[in-house]
Design a protein around this ligand. Structure first.
Ligand SMILES: Nc1ncnc2c1ncn2[C@@H]1O[C@H](COP(=O)(O)OP(=O)(O)O)[C@@H](O)[C@H]1O
Ligand SMILES: [Mg+2]
Length: 348
């Protein structure tokens, strides 16, 4: 079955533009062999903490003749089986829900199907620290990825993508925090020069001391989103990071304290799982924390308990034999411990 994939609205950071299926149950990311290997070979104890890996698809990128990119794929039976039993039904439901489309020629302009046009952006424009999303309905990082226009180089080509469970699919107004984990971000086989750059950058950020760095966030509050990006995150001190974690949970703490217990509990469980995985290195991964921003009371238990924590982005991770890499990933565990401490501090 053919399907047009559309840009994913809730991307808070990242290099390439993530796509989503029209039913929004999956996201598609340009395939990196290392990431795919990780998903396929990781220990099953991690399955609860990562998006489900649903397969690989080929995406053909073309110019639709009206100045926009068209991302088209042909689902094969293997993926359909794993993917969704109700796919046909859901596809129809959201058929008119495409809010944005990527320009094919001049990625500086971004036009959405709802008529909103952000024609005053330039490629060099710096991001504001905090930006309200009310008008656009999407994280400004999606605009940035669009402006950089990496997708343009794919026009006329067929590119392999991996298909992952969309971890924000069950949220109406997802509050999302992306924390880059660990004290080492680079790959074990990354070129020396690049390693040096990463190490220098880490020293200036909370990565080195805390095993944690803010990479992006969006918080829904009073009808709009507040967003922060990775450049903002790089400038944070330890106290600054703590304040931002507090800000991320501020709405939940007041109205739905269960969110904090659900997320802390999952982080504890993740720590337990990771601490026995000898030889695993989660370099460059992100821990994504999420809760439902919609509704302000605990009256609706269905909404009150919607919260989750998952690890994504395994493009630089590795699974070595304990002989090559001794012990679990201590930098990753340090990050989890500091995150738990930070949550505990403002929870009381
Ligand atoms: N499975 C997923 N479901 C929902 N959102 C995702 C998923 N994977 C990634 N994202 C979103 O996309 C962002 C970037 O993803 P990531 O895999 O880190 O890309 P990159 O390799 O370009 O850094 C994340 O911060 C998150 O907002
Ligand atoms: Mg990433």
């Amino acid at each position: 079955m053919k399907e047009i994939l559309v840009p994913y609205n809730n991307q808070v950071t990242g290099h390439d533009c993530l796509l989503t299926t029209k039913d929004k149950t999956s996201v598609c990311k340009v395939r990196h062999q290392k990431e795919m290997d990780f998903y396929q070979n990781m220990d099953q104890s991690l399955a609860h903490f990562t998006p489900k890996f649903q397969g690989v698809i080929d995406v053909t990128v073309t110019d639709d003749g009206k100045g926009y990119c068209r991302f088209e794929t042909l689902w094969n039976d293997t993926i359909l089986d794993k993917h969704s039993l109700h796919r046909d039904y859901i596809l129809d439901r959201d058929a008119n829900d495409e809010k944005i489309a990527y320009r094919s020629a001049d990625p500086v302009q971004l036009e959405r199907e709802n008529g909103f046009r952000s024609n005053d952006y330039t490629r060099d424009q710096k991001f504001e620290e905090s930006k309200i999303l009310q008008d656009t309905g999407q994280n400004p990082w999606v605009d940035r990825v669009h402006r950089i226009g990496r997708h343009v180089k794919y026009i006329g080509r067929t590119i392999p993508y991996i298909v992952l469970e969309n971890i924000s699919a069950n949220f109406e107004r997802p509050c999302i925090l992306d924390l880059k984990m660990g004290t080492q971000i680079h790959d074990l086989d990354c070129p020396r020069e690049k390693q040096r750059k990463h190490v220098a950058k880490n020293k200036l950020t909370t990565t080195c001391t805390m095993g944690l760095r803010l990479c992006g966030l969006q918080v829904y509050e009073c009808g709009s989103y507040h967003c922060r990006d990775k450049y903002y995150g790089r400038g944070l001190s330890e106290d600054g990071l703590h304040e931002n974690i507090k800000l991320f949970f501020s709405c939940a703490k007041e109205n739905r304290p269960e969110v904090l217990s659900i997320i802390s509990d999952k982080i504890y469980k993740l720590r337990k799982a990771v601490s026995v995985l000898d030889g695993y290195r989660f370099n460059g991964t992100s821990l994504i924390l999420m809760y439902e921003g919609c509704g302000n009371t605990t009256a609706d238990a269905n909404i009150a308990y919607r919260a989750d924590a998952r690890v994504v982005d395994f493009a630089h991770s590795s699974i070595c034999t304990p002989r090559d890499q001794e012990g679990p990933d201590s930098g990753f565990i340090l990050g989890l411990d500091n995150l738990l401490k930070s949550i505990e501090k403002f929870r009381c």
